[in-house]
Design a binder for this molecule. Structure first.
Ligand SMILES: Nc1ncnc2c1ncn2[C@@H]1O[C@H](COP(=O)(O)OP(=O)(O)O)[C@@H](O)[C@H]1O
Ligand SMILES: [Mg+2]
Ligand SMILES: [Zn+2]
Length: 510
């Protein structure tokens, strides 16, 4: 007897289809699984035998061979359990109908329960692309799978339910199509909570509008963390494509929210400074996404930047340029997207009060220098906007004046993004921060006065080519926010201002 059942596999974010072929022949009873199956797949033999027994089905008294094809793809995990179980039902005569348009994924436990798995969304997206009409997934993953339109999703809680389904004793109803919930944007945080700090707020508004990276420097308690946590509340709404991309990464990591599987709010990831390189960039035997990928299409906040391990920080440099990260391990190479806005906060020195208007810094100049030197020049260069967050003044903190709300700020941000979307129509660029070098001259047209100013600064400050590009992109955003098509002198001056803090703290760098 021979049967073939469709399953799906996943490596990194790449889903692939797997054929589960089963053959029974006369001979000494045996049960083998072949096709580059790792130890986890071999263990599924025991689980499947047991699940059959739990459902009162006798294991065939025959030589049973299961082949997972294609053989050259490394399959891991227990995702194929359900398909192997179904294959056995086919050869034992429990399933007689045509299931060639259906795919099966899920881990089966010893008592037959179908357990949830990671990465359901990218696998079901593939099933749809491959033209499958039905996909059977663990019941707990069915809601997540229903995000994919145009394929029937069946949630299976127990292998026994599947037997009843095919016997027409109790059919499993397909999952209802996913309804995107109206976004609950403004949870509890709002910019209105932050008194004063107009300059810092304006800087964050520009950053949000153009997708620029920001570094905030200031003494403890000045409100840096408070400001950063509110930054997602002024970012433009996610597009559906962005939601799918981000949910894919979260799905692979097993971080999908059961109540609202589709990520519709831009992620805010804030890893602790003790995080390892693998935790930040991704890693593990079968490489898993790191914080930078979990922050895809959202925000990565590194609080207390100088406390991070210097080598860990250096790992950020390439992904920041490429917007994707490639991780190589013995098991293979995977690439995860990591298009995120980097926001960091730090104290200016170990005691925190260097440059403070009233309190005295107790650190020696060597200590200050060594503290700041943890942030390398190339990393510093990748922050387009540097902003000093001074201690909030008493008049501000005690004022009862109403501060601008996140929603009001977000309206301006959204308007600026729309200008950008129009500008970059037909390209893969989505915001000013991502303008490619070859586009720069075309989209960042300057007035003569602006050009003179920039030339002047460039020579006087000895800017790097990267800094030059970044200043121009920030100036583009400032011009957009001010409704100007060309970049004028004032826009350049403001953008340069945002790069002057590194000189105050880090001094002249070669
Ligand atoms: N501008 C401000 N308006 C209102 N509260 C503030 C402001 N700045 C600081 N605070 C208060 O001080 C606390 C500490 O701020 P925090 O963001 O943790 O500072 P930092 O990260 O710079 O050390 C905040 O939780 C908030 O209660
Ligand atoms: Mg803080
Ligand atoms: Zn100090």
């Amino acid at each position: 007897m021979f049967a073939k059942v469709n399953s799906l596999g996943l490596f990194g974010l790449n889903a692939f289809s797997v054929d589960v072929e089963i053959e029974t022949s006369k001979g000494t009873p045996a049960f083998d699984i072949v096709g580059l199956a790792d130890t986890v797949v071999k263990e599924s033999r025991e689980r499947i035998r047991s699940a059959l027994r739990a459902n009162g089905i006798a294991f065939p008294l025959a030589r049973v061979i299961v082949n997972l094809a294609p053989a050259d793809t490394k399959k891991s995990g227990s995702v194929h359990d359900l398909a192997i179980f179904v294959a056995l039902l086919c050869v034992t005569g429990q399933i007689n109908e045509d299931i060639s348009k259906s795919a099966f994924i899920g881990e089966v436990s010893l008592n037959g329960d179908v357990r949830p798995i990671n990465g359901v969304l990218p696998m079901v997206l593939l099933a749809k692309r491959e033209g499958f009409e039905n996909v059977f997934v663990p019941a707990e993953n069915a809601y997540e799978a229903s995000v994919v339109e145009g394929i029937n999703v069946y949630g299976v809680d127990n292998a026994g339910s599947l037997i009843k389904h095919f016997a027409r004793e109790a059919v499993i109803l397909p999952q209802k199509p996913y309804e995107i919930k109206p976004e609950e944007r403004f949870d509890t945080l709002d910019f209105a909570d932050v008194k004063g700090q107009q300059a810092a707020k304006k800087a964050l508004e520009y950053a949000a509008a153009g997708g620029h990276n920001v570094l905030m420097i200031g003494s403890p308690g000045s409100g840096k963390s408070m400001l950063a946590k509110r930054l997602t509340t002024i970012l433009p709404a996610m597009t559906f494509e962005e939601s799918i991309e981000t949910t894919n990464v979260h799905s692979v990591s097993g971080l999908v929210n059961k109540e609202a599987p589709l990520v519709t709010k831009r992620p805010f990831r804030s890893p602790h400074h003790t995080i390892s390189s693998a935790g930040l960039a991704g890693g593990g035997t079968v490489p898993r996404p790191g914080e930078i990928s979990l922050a895809h299409n959202g925000l990565l906040f590194l609080d207390e930047l100088a406390e991070f391990d210097r080598r860990t920080l250096e790992i950020l440099r390439q992904p920041l340029e490429d917007r994707q990260v490639t991780i190589s391990r013995a098991s293979g190479t995977v690439t995860y997207p990591c298009s995120f806005m980097l926001v960091a906060a730090m104290n200016p020195c170990p005691c925190g009060y260097y440059g403070h208007p009233t309190r005295k810094c107790i650190c020696g100049s060597k200590q200050v220098a060594s503290y700041l030197s943890k942030i390398s020049g190339p990393l510093l260069d990748r922050f387009d906007i540097h902003v000093e967050v001074p201690p909030v003044e008493f008049d501000h903190i005690s004022s009862t004046a109403k501060e601008e709300s996140s929603e009001q700020i977000r309206e301006r941000v959204q308007a600026a993004r729309e200008i950008q979307l129009k500008r970059f129509k037909g390209t893969s660029v989505t915001c000013n921060a991502r303008i490619t070098p070859d586009m720069l001259a075309d989209v960042c047209v300057m007035t003569d006065r602006a050009r003179d100013t920039l030339k002047n600064v460039f020579e006087k400050m000895g800017l790097s080519a990267r800094a030059y590009d970044r200043i121009l992109k920030v100036a583009r955003t400032i011009a957009d926010m001010n409704g100007s098509e060309v970049i004028d002198k004032a826009h350049i001056a403001q953008a340069v201002q945002f790069r002057s803090l590194d000189r105050k703290y880090w001094g002249e760098r070669p």
